[in-house]
Design a protein. Structure first.
Length: 750
């Protein structure tokens, strides 16, 4: 059978005819073209922000196909999101002019699930295993805590689940957990991990960590299976390699050993997900893992202005753990990054709100503006301010569609129809709506199921023929089991959408919400209607359930013009015309908890997060910090982030509206008392903004009369004496407020 991507026969070019360049290669810059054409041997593509990474990825895949180096079934392309995988398919199809079907492209979890389903028996499962989500994992751990009579307050189920998932991210099955790690909770957590895995096997279920971990077990214990996949995948391509965890890294190394045509694309300067298990070391040691690897740097940026790129590049140079690259562009110079100091968080929100309104008046769309925060609590003041101003906004990162209660309940019904042994789904809805099945009856069923090592539904079938259960509960359970039997029969002939409607009506679930007087009940009913609409895109119930497990995304309408508010972590991969970066203060950003837990490694990740934030901006960016901030209900005196100090002076603008404070040889020139002639809150705060325009103020012991022991006055804390001087930060013993750390520019000589 001929290769469907084989080029049509054409006359060979004569000696005088130039070789015609493939259309898909046109327009690539030199580095991009090198990354596309280096298809033999290991390749690491260091793709800086906005350097055309997606184009390189898709063009490289198209090039391999068009050069007849492999067919679709011999190529493995791994991404981190289903959206990215879908976009990759679409772009490659456009480049080669043909549909691309049968291709191994998808997320780590999706590819792992595909391999496991084909080899399920070798790891003690059946091909129809269930994939549990985070909520189900916690509920299962709660059950195990009850069995072992372990106090949930001392061993919180969610915390236990987090420890287990971190072990899985690092590639540890229970018998491989290091001794030092096994000491968590006096060894109880490891015992729970062992029971958890045994229970998953009984349920014919896996969690997300297992999709890679059990693949590793499969490959390690079955060399012939590993060899089969190694030979199959002639080319392996990995996107966002800097975000891989240890299990993903080991999985990829195993699959790429046969042909060694492994291409990893990523940016070590954008590795910001260590809390998810990502290991920046994976990308840093690529050349050690694959000797002879070629490293291609994509440094020409097509997104941002020179000032934005230069500031970001200089900032990230303070990190030692990086491979190194410098972004550049040949577009017009543009605006410098503005840095603003304000009195408090409220003033910061007011300032940013005014800026947004001004840009909106000039014709800029709200959707092209974003406020990127380090911590979730920062969003409140922006939300309140935008509501006051009447500025439409969206907070990205709230509850997603498939995480809503009513949707989870409906999906649980569908899961039990598809997989009768799915205890966690069954337990969620067995008494929803209320059917008179109490805790006592459920406990009887659980005890019998554990003793016989069978699922709850099988236990109910057995117990319904005895008098172990009370008559009311026995009848209710018999009725619900009959309903599930009927729905399973209907699933063979009904499309998933119609089946879902039938289940929601027959079960009484729709009537339950219709009868509720809760103000959110109508919205929940609308969500259930939307679920049925979503099911119309799937031919089988199994396909839909796997989609829910792997995606868990809610598409948001893009036609509504709103300002975007999100965390810096959530902004990775996005870009906006205008970006506001509030809260650049020590303790908030970099985050003090991260620094306490991770030291230098965490500081470098925080700096990478700052780099990500700046490089989201296409045209303009504004960094702001406050002298005071309410954190979890407590007022705190703040000092500007060290990242503010690290921004290069030639690429930032310490803006002063009235010129009350001016820069002079890197020092502040104070021309008047910033607290004098205050006629209103707004003017007072404006003067405080002006008083903090230069975080590079370097007070010296004999400079301007400020030194250790000097008596000073602070507007908030009153009179005090300087204890220590650290650059522009002062440790002061205030007469009434005690010892505080403040900015030098906020104090006056007393």
């Amino acid at each position: 059978m001929s290769d469907p991507f084989e080029l049509a026969d054409e006359p060979a070019p004569s000696a005088t005819q130039p070789v015609r360049e493939a259309p898909y290669l046109q327009g690539l810059n030199e580095s991009q073209r090198e990354a596309v054409e280096a298809i033999e041997g290991p390749v690491l593509v260091l793709a800086g922000a906005g350097t055309g990474k997606t184009r390189v990825l898709t063009t490289r895949l198209a090039h391999i196909l068009m050069q007849n180096r492999a067919n679709l079934g011999e190529m493995l392309a791994v991404t981190f999101t289903n959206k990215a995988a879908g976009e990759m398919k679409e772009r490659v199809s456009h480049l080669v002019g043909r549909p691309v079907e049968g291709w191994w492209v998808g997320t780590f979890h999706a590819i792992g699930a595909r391999i496991l389903r084909a080899n399920a028996e070798l790891v003690g499962l059946t091909p129809k295993f269930t994939i549990l989500d985070a909520d189900d994992q916690v509920r299962l751990i709660k059950q195990l805590l009850d069995v072992h009579d372990i106090d949930e307050k001392r061993y919180p189920p969610r915390a236990i689940s987090g420890i287990i998932q971190r072990w899985k991210d690092r590639g540890f099955l229970p018998d491989k957990v290091p001794t030092s790690d096994a000491e968590h909770g006096d060894g109880k957590v490891l015992d729970l991990y062992q029971d958890y895995q045994a229970r998953l096997q009984t349920l014919n279920a896996v969690d997300f960590g297992d999709l890679l971990l059990l693949c590793l077990k499969l490959f390690q214990e079955n060399p012939e299976v590993l060899k089969q996949y190694q030979r199959r995948f002639r080319y392996v391509l990995v996107d966002e390699y800097q975000d891989t965890n240890v299990a993903q890294y080991l999985w990829l190394r195993l699959l790429g050993q046969e042909h060694r045509n492994v291409c990893c694309v990523g940016d070590d300067d954008q590795s910001i997900y260590s809390w998810r298990g990502a290991e920046v070391g994976n990308i840093l040691r690529f050349e050690e893992d694959f000797p002879g690897a070629r490293v291609v740097r994509l440094e020409r940026n097509y997104r941002s202005t020179p000032h934005i790129l230069a500031a970001a590049s200089e900032l990230i140079k303070f990190n030692e753990g990086r491979l190194g690259k410098t972004l550049w562009t040949d577009v017009n110079e543009g605006e410098k990054i503005r840095v603003r100091g304000v009195w408090d968080g409220e003033a910061e929100a007011r300032l940013i709100g005014e800026e947004i309104e001004a840009y909106q008046v000039k014709g800029e769309n709200l959707r092209n503006m974003a406020v990127l925060v380090r911590a979730g609590f920062q969003t409140r003041e922006f939300e309140e301010r935008f509501i006051t101003l009447g500025v439409p906004y969206r907070v990205i990162g709230g509850p997603r569609f498939y995480e809503r209660q009513e949707i989870r309940d409906a999906v649980a019904y569908l899961r039990v129809v598809s997989q009768p042994d799915d205890d966690l789904a069954f337990e969620r809805i067995v008494n929803t709506p209320t059917r008179g099945i109490g805790k006592t009856s459920l406990q009887v069923i659980h005890v019998y199921a554990r003793a016989e090592r069978i699922s709850l539904t099988r236990a109910i079938t057995a117990l319904s023929e005895t008098d172990e259960l009370r008559p009311q509960a026995r009848k209710a359970l018999t009725d619900i089991m009959a309903m599930f039997d009927r729905w399973r029969m209907q699933s063979a002939t009904q499309v998933p959408a119609e089946l879902c409607k039938q289940i929601l009506e027959d079960s009484g679930y729709i009537d339950m919400w219709r009868a509720k007087k809760d103000p959110d009940a109508p919205g929940r009913l609308d969500n259930l209607k939307e679920l049925v609409v979503a099911l119309e895109d799937f031919e089988t119930l199994g396909a839909f359930l796997e989609h829910v497990s792997l995606v868990m995304e809610n598409e948001e309408r893009s036609d509504i013009d709103k300002v975007n508010i999100m965390t810096l972590h959530g902004a990775k991969g996005l870009e906006f015309q205008t970006v506001f970066l509030p809260g650049w203060e020590e303790g908030l950003f970099p985050n003090q908890r991260s620094l306490d837990e991770g030291g230098l490694a965490s500081l470098e990740e925080e700096r990478r997060l700052a780099y990500v934030g700046i490089t989201r901006a296409r045209v303009r960016a504004m960094v702001s910090f406050a002298a005071n901030r309410r954190v979890y209900g407590q007022w705190q005196s703040q000092t500007p982030s060290r990242f503010v100090d690290e921004l290069p002076a030639e690429h930032i603008d310490m803006f002063s509206e009235s010129g009350v404070y001016a820069r002079r040889d890197g020092m502040l020139n104070q021309t008047e008392d910033p607290f004098a002639n205050v006629d209103g809150v707004g003017r007072s705060r404006r003067r405080m903004v002006e008083a903090t325009q230069s975080p590079r103020f370097k007070p010296e012991g004999d400079g301007e009369g400020l030194g250790v022991g000097t008596r000073i006055f602070h507007q908030k804390f009153g009179y005090g004496r300087v204890l220590t001087i650290d650059g522009d930060k002062l440790e002061i013993d205030f007469e009434k407020a005690g010892q505080k750390r403040v900015m030098a520019s906020f104090v006056l000589l007393a």
